[in-house]
Design a protein around this ligand. Structure first.
Ligand code: AMP
Length: 219
């Protein structure tokens, strides 16, 4: 099962992908998390990506194709994966198609598009806090950490991502509207898109995602 989560920054792709990955026993592949790990580890990719990410722009397609190809080649991904944050432009969608053609997964099975209005996105992202160690996400109002400051999962002090500052959030939303949003039509045209209302609580959105997936699996 190869699923793609599509949606603007702050739509809840990571949160919903984590739940879906646990339910179906396939890994969640977040290219944003992989790049942040590369930055933290100071690898060549990380050194190249850091300033681009801090500015809310997209890292180059060749780097992303290498990361995704390597990740999907790992043993835990032989039965599939949930892609969160990839592809993000039409060239990446084409690269994904050709790299999948060389694997037993063959092709994308379904694309889940989380649709959320822009005002909600800005609010969610500017109040988001992230764990720099295990990548868990929190929200100061809707999903606060139990002790107010540290990660519930691993205890590390939470931080605001550099690219979650309001000025950068606006740039990321613009990049999304110009470069990533056309993928919605692409996947709709080829019959893979499921449009899901991403407004409301995490549990509300999860029940919609779960419904769509249960219908797809029973088809
Ligand atoms: P995310 O955590 O998905 O919001 O990604 C954070 C940042 O990582 C993005 O703003 C980009 O700079 C970079 N990034 C993540 N995925 C991709 C991708 N598929 N293509 C290019 N850049 C990406």
């Amino acid at each position: 099962m190869l699923l793609v989560f599509l949606g603007p920054p702050g739509a809840g792709k990571g949160t919903q992908a984590t739940r879906l990955a646990a339910k179906y026993g396939v890994p969640q592949v977040s290219t944003g998390d992989m790049l942040r790990e590369a930055v933290a580890a100071g690898t060549d990719v990380g050194l190249r990506a850091k300033s681009i990410m801090d500015a809310g722009q997209l890292v180059d397609d060749a780097t992303l194709a290498d990361l995704v190809r390597d990740r999907l080649g790992q043993p835990d991904a032989t039965g599939g994966a949930i892609l969160d944050g990839y592809p993000r432009n039409t060239a990446q969608a084409a690269a994904l198609e050709s790299l999948l053609a060389d694997t037993p997964l063959e092709a994308v099975d379904r694309v889940l598009f989380l649709d959320v209005a822009e005002e909600i996105l800005v609010d969610r992202l500017s109040k988001r806090r992230a764990c720099p160690s295990c990548n868990a996400n929190f929200h100061l109002v809707f999903k606060p950490p139990a002790d107010g400051t540290n990660c519930d999962r691993c205890g590390t002090e939470l931080v605001q991502r550099e690219d979650d500052r309001e000025a950068v959030v606006r740039d990321r939303l613009q990049v999304y509207a110009e470069i990533t949003a056309p993928l919605v039509e692409h996947y709709e045209r080829i019959g893979l898109l499921a449009r899901i209302d991403g407004a409301g609580s995490i549990d509300d959105v999860w029940s919609r995602v779960d419904n769509v997936m249960s219908m797809a699996v029973s088809e």
